[in-house]
Ligand binder design. Structure first.
Ligand SMILES: [Zn+2]
Length: 240
């Protein structure tokens, strides 16, 4: 009878160690990117409500180009949104930042440098959050209630820092379709995920995001047609 050949013991141990390390890495990545779970600190990813209301949130920037594209569309649809801005871009583009606030939209903190904040220490992250709040305060904009982690990545240090800064992490439950190649397919795939209480994430700011900017009118029209009221994250969470 043929006997199964065994791997030599050192090779077996090396493979086992590799598997364990890979599983931990995959598990860690899933944990830090989890949309509705934080290891530390308060987090919201959607709101349970029977009302047909959704929050629209825009990440990164602000950039003059993105703001000029988005604000008139929101006004036309009487929609309010939350803009998660990067402190460095706020300092670079004070006029675009002011325009968002003056149009009645909400502003959230999206870090100062937009790096992955997955460390254990909270102090450096707290300083970054405060620096972004300060950049906004210098433009007369109130301290944001919400913080969105860059790349949706968070771990112990960031959760503690957000908590210490009196803010709440806001993630999302409606994600941009990664494979859409036309504005129409982008809007269709995004709208298919929407339900009452959803928080929608869109990136319209970078010069590379022409598709997102072109899809936005279709997204807004689709939400209108489905009878959704479009509000800021704060309005959705407060239920008013
Ligand atoms: Zn971002």
């Amino acid at each position: 009878m043929a006997r199964a050949r065994r791997l030599p013991r050192p090779l077996f141990l090396a493979l086992a160690a590799l598997l364990v390390t890979a599983s931990i890495a995959v598990g860690f990545r899933a944990l830090v990117k989890a949309r509705c779970l934080a290891v530390t600190g308060p987090l919201v990813c959607r709101v349970e409500t029977p009302q047909r209301r959704v929050a629209l949130s825009f990440d990164d920037g602000p950039s003059p180009r993105g703001v000029e594209a988005v604000l008139p569309l929101l006004a036309r649809h009487r929609a309010r949104a939350t803009f998660f801005v990067i402190g460095q871009s706020v300092e670079e583009h004070p006029e675009a930042t002011r325009a968002i606030a003056e149009a009645g939209h909400e502003i959230g903190n999206h870090s100062f440098w937009h790096s992955r904040m997955v460390g254990l220490e909270s102090q450096p992250y707290l300083e970054e959050l405060e620096r972004t709040d300060l950049a906004l305060a210098q433009l007369g904009i109130a301290k944001p209630r919400w913080m969105r982690p860059p790349y949706g990545a968070k771990f112990i240090g960031l959760g503690d820092a957000v908590d210490a800064n009196g803010q709440t992490m806001v993630m999302w439950d409606v994600e941009e379709p990664s494979r859409a190649d036309t504005p129409e397919s982008y809007a269709r795939d995004l709208l298919a995920q929407v339900r009452p209480g959803s928080i929608i994430l869109i990136h319209p700011m970078s010069s590379l995001r022409e598709l997102e900017r072109e899809a936005l009118p279709l997204v807004l029209e689709g939400l209108d047609a489905d009878g959704y009221e479009i509000v800021s994250v704060g309005e959705l969470i407060d239920g008013r």
